[in-house]
Design a protein around this ligand. Structure first.
Ligand code: PGA
Length: 256
């Protein structure tokens, strides 16, 4: 039985004060919620502070990206080994904002996936189509290509204990979430695509939905059989909204 994961992607938001306040509020709001894993991914510069503020609570630490090299002359990079060193568990890779603004290729992202697995960190592999691709009926083709880059480089076994976040780009930060039925259809496609290589691996892989998830639409999304939690951007910056999403995932899990 899969355990849903609700993870906050804080993106380029935060300050020492904000990290302190938000984590203190989150700790209060989600401490009693069982049946759902919870993580936050603050900007890299605040990971050490967040680690301290999270303390022994049930909130796990995530990072928003990683470099592929472990150390050396790579100015400006943060390595997966450094993330591990500060107790990061989940690492987002392939977010559409990295793919778009930093021109990250499927192959480069697959390389990151391999580095994380090697170090025992959990990749949160973001995939998803643009609005134009969606309208052209290419959603499945795009998702398959993005998954295949990892399957081809590392095999289906690499998806053991890994996380995929299906994030249609047209739904990110737009307030226009995919409908539960739309998202479920793509999640099922992704699971079936991996199942062609290894059914057991496909059954256990966590597939989060991401894209304008909020306290109003979360419960219905999580009610879908193949939606295992969410990667939450905007709503993860508000403790009360994020807590409602976490509780919705826990309640949906109890009913599945
Ligand atoms: P959003 O972002 O919830 O603000 O749409 C989701 C994401 O980009 O991970």
């Amino acid at each position: 039985m899969r355990h849903p994961l609700v993870m906050g992607n804080w993106k380029l938001n935060g300050s020492i004060h904000m990290v302190h306040e938000l984590i203190a509020a989150l700790r209060k709001e989600v401490s009693g919620v069982a049946g759902c894993d919870v993580a936050i991914a603050p900007p890299a510069v605040y990971l050490c502070q967040a680690r301290h503020e999270i303390g022994g609570s049930r909130i796990a630490l995530g990072a928003q990206d990683t470099g592929v090299n472990l150390s050396g002359a790579f100015t400006g990079e943060t390595s997966a080994e450094m993330l591990k060193n500060v107790d990061v568990k989940y690492v987002i890779i392939g977010h559409s904002e990295r793919r778009t603004y930093h021109k990250e290729s499927d192959e480069f992202i697959a390389q990151k996936f391999g580095v994380l697995k090697e170090l025992g960190l959990t990749p949160v592999l973001c995939i998803g189509e643009t609005e134009a691709e969606n309208e052209a009926g290419k959603t499945q083709e795009v998702c398959a290509r993005q998954i295949d880059a990892v399957l081809n480089a590392h095999g289906a076994a690499a998806f053991k204990d890994a996380v995929i976040a299906y994030e249609p780009i047209w739904a990110i930060g737009t307030g226009k979430s995919a409908t539960p039925a739309q998202a479920q259809a793509v999640h099922k496609f992704i699971r079936d695509h991996i199942a062609k290589k290894d059914a057991a691996i496909a059954e256990q892989v966590i597939i989060q939905y991401g894209g304008s998830v909020n306290d109003k639409n979360a419960a219905e999304l999580f009610g879908q059989p193949d939606i295992d939690g969410a990667l939450v951007g905007g709503a993860s910056l508000k403790a009360d909204a994020f807590a409602v999403i976490v509780k919705a995932a826990a309640e949906a899990k109890a009913k599945k």
